[in-house]
Design a protein around this ligand. Structure first.
Ligand SMILES: Nc1ncnc2c1ncn2[C@@H]1O[C@H](COP(=O)(O)OP(=O)(O)OP(=O)(O)O)[C@@H](O)[C@H]1O
Ligand SMILES: [Mg+2]
Length: 457
């Protein structure tokens, strides 16, 4: 844009300069002719032609000399028929009145023409006029050349700027891009990765600072995980003792102290819940640490769904919930059968738990290319839109009181998500409050192919 303005300005300036130059030249030439011919206008007209030929007038120039009555007494254009006639040209009339003028006229045949006329004086008396016209072709050709040169220069400069900015962008922006990409993809699963730092500029310093921060974060995360793991382990033994003791008390209850039995049953229930929390926390910390490797085997997923359905049938029957496994073909996938059983179990358990009596729970299985799609849907209470994104968070329960009452830990879905991701799959939720929920699992049928791909990255 700037280049365009600059080129236009340069062209306009050169144009103005050349026009002024040609204008001054024309007036000077006309005055020279006027001086030379002034003596001969009245008497010796025959010599005028010869005199002008001696002046070396340019080819693109026409000279007309008139007497004081505007009658043409000489015309350099030998093909013209104005000789001897009165020429009523504005410039000539004006010159005969004592005013020298120069102007440009546009013509169809030869383009712009510069025209001017000056007075021929003899003893301060106007005795005639010299009219000169010149085509401006030469000037215009010259300007056209400059225009082309400017266009070429502009293109070359534009290209140079583009190449330079591309190179500069590569040098300056690409490390920033790498850093931004790294920082935005930094999460608990990429916590052990670091940015490769080369050079000693500000960006490298920033990358170093980020790496240091990642070190500290990883250390803190490890301590946190260790703490939860240790605490859970420590809790296991006293919990087993309490469980044992409460069961002993329950077994020795008599008619008189039956109320103790009721308390003990409640205590037993709470101990079970605590034990479940501790177990789940241990499972999660193991998966967090990455020490929990998958024991994958080619497994019939249809069978897995059937097994879960069978084990949860008593719960479904108790609530008069119809449960069905819907599949059209046998689907085999490489999964850790025990962990995947846990996933389907947790989801189906939720579906039954959060569906009022008389509802329907469906376990659907489909094969989609290299993946299998498992859907666990219910027509129960559903999940409010604002909570959908958080149900996989640890200890997150939509209705805390109700969930606690039913013995929920709020850890079931966290485990589900971790196990699915460990299988390189993904889990999605489609839920509407009051209408029901569908949890969708997409799993790759083969684990090895994926592993190879990851190694190639
Ligand atoms: N099918 C569902 N319908 C409605 N809400 C659900 C459904 N599944 C999960 N939720 C909501 O998500 C929360 C988290 O589920 P999650 O399985 O993690 O915990 P929980 O079921 O409360 O406890 P636990 O699984 O230990 O018994 C639940 O408390 C419930 O509010
Ligand atoms: Mg649950």
């Amino acid at each position: 844009m700037t280049l365009l303005f600059l080129s236009t300005y340069i062209l306009a300036a050169i144009n103005q300069y050349l026009y002024n130059q040609q204008r001054v030249e024309l007036l000077a030439n006309a005055n020279v002719v006027a001086n030379v011919v002034s003596e001969y206008i009245e008497e010796d007209r025959g010599i005028i032609g010869w005199l002008i030929s001696q002046l070396n007038v340019a080819e693109n120039t026409r000279v007309i000399i008139t007497n004081k009555h505007a009658e043409v007494i000489y015309d350099s254009n030998s093909y013209s028929d104005v000789q001897g006639k009165v020429l009523m040209k504005e410039e000539i009339t004006s010159a005969l009145l004592g005013n020298d003028t120069v102007s440009t006229t546009k013509t169809d045949e030869i383009g712009n023409v510069l025209e001017g006329a000056v007075t021929v004086l003899s003893d301060s008396e106007i005795i005639g006029a010299v009219y000169i016209s010149q085509t401006m072709q030469e000037t215009e050709d010259f300007l056209e050349n400059i225009r082309w040169i400017l266009v070429v220069i502009s293109i070359v400069v534009c290209l140079l700027i583009s190449v330079l900015s591309w190179v500069m962008a590569d040098i300056i922006i690409s490390p920033i891009e790498t850093l931004t990409q790294f920082v935005s993809s930094f999460n608990s699963s990429t916590m052990n990765k670091r940015i490769k730092v080369t050079g000693r500029d500000e960006i490298s310093e920033l990358a170093n600072a980020f790496n240091n921060m990642a070190d500290r974060l990883e250390e803190m995360e490890e301590k946190r995980r260790q703490f939860v793991s240790n605490a859970s382990h420590e809790l296991k033994t006293p919990l087993s003792s309490i469980k044992l003791l409460s069961e002993s008390i329950l077994s020795v209850q008599t008619e008189e102290n039956s109320y103790i039995g009721e308390f003990m049953t409640d205590i037993n229930g709470e101990v079970d819940r605590l034990a479940k929390i501790v177990d789940r926390l241990l499972t999660l910390t193991k998966m967090d640490a990455g020490t929990d490797v998958l024991d994958t085997k080619l497994t019939c997923i249809n069978e897995l769904l059937e097994r879960v359905s069978r084990s949860l049938k008593p719960q479904a029957d108790r609530k008069n919930i119809a449960m069905a496994v819907i599949d059209t073909e046998q689907v085999y996938a490489e999964v850790d059968a025990q962990k995947m059983w846990q996933v389907i179990y947790n989801l189906t358990d939720n579906a039954i738990k959060y569906t009022p009596a008389g509802g329907v729970v469906k376990l659907t299985l489909k094969k989609e290319g290299e993946f299998c799609r498992i859907e666990i849907s219910d027509n129960g209470i559903g999940i409010p839109e604002s909570d959908v994104d958080r149900v996989f968070d640890r200890f997150y329960r939509v209705d805390k009181a109700r969930s606690r009452e039913s013995g929920g830990t709020g850890l079931g879905l966290s485990i589900v998500k971790d196990v699915v991701e460990l299988h390189k799959g993904k889990i999605l939720v489609d839920s509407k409050e009051g209408a029901g929920s569908t949890f969708i699992i997409i799993l790759p049928l083969r684990q090895h192919a994926d592993k190879e791909e990851t190694n190639n990255e």
